[in-house]
Design a protein around this ligand. Structure first.
Ligand code: ZN
Length: 296
């Protein structure tokens, strides 16, 4: 939940306001992101950095104990080096009927909301039918899948993002995993998933960083502005967490909303959060915490 003003979710501000905000997001986003526009440059902003800036003047903060915060877990890094700390990170809910599924699929509720918005956008834009083929997996199921998989495409049990409830495999109906990258739907997802807070978690050419081969079907919910940043910079999620550690954070505006992102490693069990502004906190599963502030 967003702290500071007892602001549980974006949508609590009222549907009309949310609709207006979403419309603004869509308008701004479509103005900024045209299909076929130049791909983001790896490792940096596309326009020399003018769209994000340093954290000067981020306002007053207060100290809180990390054992007293609500940790959403949304930004947890899970890979071969970092095991799943909590499984799942939040309540998981059945994906059907919010989105079409193959089999029984459950997702963490924020992730499902994001996937629902993504699928609605796909329908509006006339993209072919999509379905979710995998979501939350418990350790037993991950062990079974790992045993039956090419290890280039699967993590051992305890190390799969699917165990958090935040990872989702999406395929166009009637299209196989090997056909997906070249399919119209696959390209649309790669260009548009970020707008709904989802990152393509195992990009092409990043296997040496992520440990997993290119998986055009596997998306991970992280929310904004993190999804935007990864898309714009071309960073894999591992590289994004590294960037946050090295930089301490950044400030940016996505779809008309300004965010400050602050990366902190607790000292004596304490981190600092903004005073009088809305924020979310997530541990990154490597010892740090990411505070995402929505600026008024
Ligand atoms: Zn997956």
């Amino acid at each position: 939940m967003w702290h500071g003003q007892r602001y549980p979710r974006w949508r609590s501000a009222g549907w009309l306001l949310i609709a207006a905000v979403l419309l603004t997001v869509v308008v701004l986003v479509s103005a900024a992101w045209r299909p076929g526009s130049a791909a983001p440059e790896p490792g940096g902003p596309t326009d020399g950095g003018s769209r994000w800036s340093s954290l000067d003047g981020t306002g007053a903060t207060v100290a809180v104990r990390v054992d007293e915060i609500v940790d959403t877990g949304h930004l947890m890094l899970v890979n071969r080096d970092h095991a799943v700390a909590d499984e799942p990170v939040g309540p998981v809910v059945e994906a059907w009927p919010t989105v079409p599924v193959a089999g029984s699929v459950w997702l963490e509720e924020s992730a499902l909301e994001a996937v629902g918005e993504l699928f609605a956008a796909a329908r509006e834009e006339g993209v072919g039918a999509l379905h979710v083929t995998s979501g939350y997996r418990d350790r037993t199921e991950q062990a079974r899948i790992y045993a039956a998989s090419d290890t280039a495409f699967a993590q051992p049990p305890g190390h799969s993002e699917h165990q958090t409830g935040l990872a989702v495999d999406i395929l166009p109906v009637g299209v196989s995993q090997s056909q997906m990258a070249a399919s119209r739907e696959g390209r649309w997802l790669a260009d548009n998933a970020w707008k709904h807070g989802l990152v393509l978690r195992y990009p092409d050419g990043k296997q040496d960083v992520t440990g997993i081969a290119y998986e055009p079907w596997h998306f991970r919910y992280v929310g904004q502005p993190h999804a935007w940043f990864c898309q714009d910079s071309g960073l894999s999620y591992e590289e994004y967490i590294r960037f946050l550690k090295d930089s301490g954070g950044y400030r940016t505006t996505v779809g008309g909303t300004t965010y400050s992102v602050l990366y902190q490693v607790p000292r004596d069990g304490i981190i600092f959060v903004p005073e009088g502004r809305e924020y979310l906190v997530s541990g990154d599963n490597t010892g740090g915490y990411v505070v995402t502030v929505r600026e008024p």
